[in-house]
Design a protein around this ligand. Sequence first.
Ligand code: ADP
Ligand code: GLC
Length: 473
Amino acid sequence: MRVAVISSEAVPYSKTGGLGDVAGALPKALKQIGIDSLLITPCYWQTKGEYLWHTAIDDLWLTWRGKSVRAKAFYSEANGSSTFLVDSPPLFHRDSIYGYTEDYERFAFFNHAAIELLKRIGHAPDVVHLNDWHCGFAAVELAARRRYDPFFRDTRTVFSIHNMAYQGGFGLGELPALGFTSGFARNAFSFDGYGSAMKAGLEVSDTLSTVSRRYGYEIQTPEFGQGLDWLTRQRANRLIGITNGVDYEEWNPATDKELPAHFSIDDMAGKLECKRALLDRFHLPQELDRPIFASVTRLTGQKGVELIRQGAGDILAAGGFFIALGSGEKDSEQFLQALRDYAPSRVGVYIGYNESLAHLIEAGADMFLMPSKFEPCGLNQMYSLRYGTVPIVRATGGLDDTVENWDAVSGRGNGFKFGPYRSDKLLEKIYEARFAYEDKEAWVTIQRNGMSVDNSWENAARNYVELYKWTLA
Ligand code: ADP
Ligand code: GLC
């Protein structure tokens, strides 16, 4: 079976969040279980030059906005699978990966280029695996091409939802300029008088998946469906949930290149060294018995930052350190900076994006906070489990599927989990965790329960293969 994964970001070429981790790891995991996989992703200004030494194609001519445009594609195997990086400097060599009013146009172009690239390579994929709204354009183009282009006649599409909150909206009047002139395309994109790339992907792809079982149900409800729950309900018999995996070559405390010391379930000594290094990194006192509560996140409403803001003072009152790495909404950034200024010997804050620091925090912290309002899957709680850092999460989406609440009587559980989206509920769990931390025997059990969970990509990749077979059936 031949599978082409298309994604707007993929590690190690680009990353703003979990989509990058997933799209980087899945093609490699597929290859490892014998699937002929290929990744197509944009080449950004942020993509490191070391991955771009091999130009595979430098004359990919496309018709775009009525003109003939030339794009280039680099070839790399840096993520362990064959990757083509579509290069179009005016669209992708910018200060940030997303956030422009014409994002819809940038990714519509990328989709169109990816499809032309597949043709140029000359070997039609059985399945094109599309990810999030950025690939809704390819879903429509492939559905249409299947009817008139023999090359894609037998190609089927899988559309994965990583986050319903981002839908790639634009004015319907733009459609002809993006190359979509048919009534079929207009119907697919139309949503409440606008164009929605997410809606089109959901409507026309052969099958749908999302990144946890629970989120698969949640998006069929008005609370989580972001206005599209009617469509996910309508297509529920073509939708499944597959929980993301963890790339343990990147996220493994026994081998992690970013850590000053290594550790594993059998030898935890290195974790204390990482804690020392983490405290040092933030100029915090070496009070090793004091637990570190940490957070690494995009600072957006999704991530429950308002609950963290309400709970931060109590973490300090409970005798903990609080360390946060993140960027996003300005008022949350300002809040974190103000908290650090208020308690500089207890709080460490880094505003920005820092991959290496994210690894050190996972390793050196004791508890990891993820009180998300909604969370399609979430990767940090799974990294935390492997690093012996106990997750404190809200029971939503993938957080609910991957974290089991600690029960002191049975000795089962690997984290702390609360239900209602309320700060007092988060506080209860913060205090429970604080209490359990004092009982060294209980704490080691919680850590070991988490460290022994297997969230490797192999399982997830096998589930995707089943999905691809189902799509082709
Ligand atoms: P989402 O994709 O919604 O942001 P996930 O938990 O799936 O949430 O994935 C987030 C990924 O991005 C993780 O790999 C996490 O370590 C990383 N990340 C988020 N914010 C930062 C940051 N400020 N610096 C470094 N890595 C970050
Ligand atoms: C999205 C979701 C996150 C998920 C990631 C990868 O960014 O917000 O929960 O883990 O995609 O699927």
